[in-house]
Design a protein around this ligand. Structure first.
Ligand code: FMN
Length: 163
């Protein structure tokens, strides 16, 4: 295990050396299966990583709990989340397929402190304001995600532009 954690911990230590613990966070994908990369025992691996990161004292862990790019468990990996939260007591950001409603529920239930959004932010430049107002969201167009021209990059309308 120590050898498996060596690379991320060396990177974190190097970053902390420059920016300090309060400005350092890490993003992990314990159950991701993108490019056929799968961890056989994410509870053990990420529980141990979480403890080490708690010891270093970084500000947050962002955890990709679900991914449209591949996740090898159904739904959010609650045992992995438990293991990370048992080891790491600073801010935990949940990520992956969140709606505003689920984000509120899970923060309230103590499953995370914060939630980050990917695709809804791409298609809604004013996402926080829309969530605040309970306004409908623009749908994203995955065909324009990875390059091309300004379409899908600068042309999703804000609420004010919709009128
Ligand atoms: C166009 C696009 C590019 C992305 N690139 C990366 C990346 O380079 N590294 C990464 O860790 N995640 C990447 N992601 C994943 C997002 O950070 C996020 O984990 C994912 O979209 C799940 O959140 P969502 O369901 O709110 O979109 C990308 C997502 C999209 C849509």
């Amino acid at each position: 295990m120590a050898n498996r954690l060596r690379f991320p911990l060396e990177v974190v230590e190097a970053v902390v050396g420059v920016w300090g613990t309060e400005r350092t966070g890490i993003r992990v994908s314990p159950t991701g299966s993108f490019n056929d990369m799968v961890d056989a025992d994410p509870v053990a691996t990420y529980g141990a990583l979480a403890e080490e990161l708690q010891g270093i004292g970084i500000a947050f862990m962002e955890v990709v709990e679900d991914s449209f790019q591949g996740n090898h468990v159904e739904g959010r990996p609650e045992p992995v989340i438990d293991a990370i939260r048992a080891g790491f007591h600073r801010s935990y950001l949940g990520n992956g397929a969140y709606t505003a409603e689920e984000a509120r529920q899970r923060i309230k239930a103590g499953r995370c402190e914060l939630v980050s959004f990917g695709r809804p932010f791409i298609s809604n430049p004013d996402l926080p304001e829309r969530i605040r107002r309970g306004a409908p969201l623009n749908e994203w167009d995955s065909a324009t995600f990875y390059g091309g021209d300004e379409r899908g990059y600068t042309d999703y309308p804000t609420l004010d532009e919709i009128g």
